[in-house]
Design a protein. Structure first.
Length: 168
């Protein structure tokens, strides 16, 4: 198995990031977006992140195999040290440890940046994602019933949270 290398994303990674994400837009409930992101939308998303909200990629065999991000949880200033995480692995590479590596790296980056807590909003039917976050110490803090509608069915969202305070 090829080694997984995680690094900060660059503009040159946006095509691969968008391809990974858009697969799930069209084929999964792990995102509630229903139309694929355009290159311009992905570039704007990338530009909206900064040093306090990093985007990373996992490379395996010289190719982008997945990506993760820490995003602002809410635009109001008092939420400034709360972030929301995202983790996406190329659909043909599940079960290789890429998602876990990306999530653990994001947690380490959030701690190093002085964030206080990480929130994950996960479709309740995405059992592997819930399990991944639980394995990293996230706990379920809320469930919103039937708030998403995709593929002709109503979907619940689970909010999971990891507190970072007092940890190094």
């Amino acid at each position: 198995m090829d080694e997984i290398n995680i690094r900060l994303a660059a503009g040159s990674d946006l095509g691969a990031i968008n391809a990974i994400y858009n697969h799930y837009v069209l084929h999964s409930t792990c995102t509630y977006q229903t139309e694929p992101s355009t290159e311009a939308e992905r570039a704007a998303w990338f530009d909206a992140h900064g040093a306090a909200h990093p985007i990373t990629v996992a490379e395996r065999g010289g190719e982008v195999a997945g990506w993760a991000s820490l995003s602002k949880f809410h635009p109001r200033a008092a939420y400034g040290r709360t972030v929301e995480n995202s983790v996406y692995v190329r659909h043909d590479l599940h079960g290789c440890g890429i998602g876990k590596a990306l999530l653990l790296d994001s947690i380490a980056r959030a701690r190093a940046l002085g964030h206080h807590t990480i929130i994950a909003g996960i479709s309740a039917d995405q059992i592997p994602s819930v399990a991944l976050h639980r394995s990293a110490g996230f706990v379920e803090v809320a469930r919103l019933r039937e708030v998403g509608y995709k593929f002709d069915r109503w979907l619940d969202v689970i909010y999971m949270q990891l507190m970072l305070k007092g940890e190094s």
